[in-house]
Design a protein around this ligand. Structure first.
Ligand SMILES: [Mg+2]
Ligand SMILES: [Zn+2]
Length: 242
């Protein structure tokens, strides 16, 4: 692939763009009893609903908006990742999309702290808003009381990243010569099943996505190229060739 005029780079957020998991991190910083409670309940309650509940518990314990924002601002984020995306963006031929199961407040706070506010064309994630009381109110992207997504690949009920990617592409109405995806989790598998042979997934090693590609990739007809990475400096290297 030599002549790339327009390309799309799709990013998962937790453990992909950022070097931690936002939902767990804030409780590790602010309230380990709630962190333990999440661990105990994670197989019993849908994840977004569980985080929403933990945010309510944190608010009831007196944890403030300022504390949550500060915890997010100090969350690990590799400088090589900042360089990688900033340089690629400045080349002018790349559109960036974020597809994340975190939430709008966590992501925008961290992007702002890293000087990346204008990086993404769209951030598709669970909506969160601050209430006047200082409670961060979190909801699923797909409302549990409305129509549900129709994914059969195993996406969580709050959002199907494959369907969201397709909807984004039809909204944009543009053809991209190449699409790349940076992800780590098992829910990053669905969108890359829609990729073509000229597209690439940059899969973080030792996590759910690597396991799903190994187990189901061939069976599900995965067509794109797969490149593996462990640390953000390798993404910086890969992006130098995009
Ligand atoms: Mg992730
Ligand atoms: Zn899906």
């Amino acid at each position: 692939m030599t002549d790339i005029q327009k390309q799309l780079v799709v990013f998962d957020f937790d453990w992909s763009m950022a070097d931690q998991d936002t939902d767990r991190w804030i409780f590790e910083v602010l309230a380990i009893d709630l962190r333990r409670k999440m661990e105990k309940n994670q197989d019993r309650i849908q994840w977004t609903d569980l985080v929403a509940q933990m945010l309510q518990d944190a608010h009831a314990k007196g944890i403030t908006k300022g504390q949550i924002l500060n915890a997010l601002r100090v969350m690990p984020f590799h400088p090589a990742m900042v360089r990688a995306v900033t340089k690629l963006k400045s080349g002018g031929k790349t559109t960036f999309l974020c597809l994340s199961n975190a939430n709008s407040v966590f992501i925008s706070t961290i992007l702002e702290a890293r000087g990346l506010t204008s990086l993404f064309d769209e951030i598709i994630t669970n909506p969160a808003t601050w209430e006047e009381s200082g409670l961060l109110k979190l909801r699923r992207r797909v409302d549990p009381d409305g129509p549900q997504h129709s994914c059969h690949v195993g996406c969580s009920p709050n959002m199907c990243k494959g369907e969201e990617l397709e909807a984004f592409l039809s909204r944009k109405g543009e053809r991209f010569d190449r699409v790349s995806y940076v992800g780590d989790g098992s829910n990053d598998f669905c969108p890359i099943l829609r990729f073509r042979s000229q597209d690439t997934v940059f899969c973080r090693k030792h996590r759910g996505l690597e396991r799903r590609i190994a187990k189901e990739g061939e069976k599900q007809g995965l067509k794109c190229q797969v490149k593996y990475w462990e640390e953000a400096w390798e993404i910086e290297e890969y992006f130098g060739q995009l």
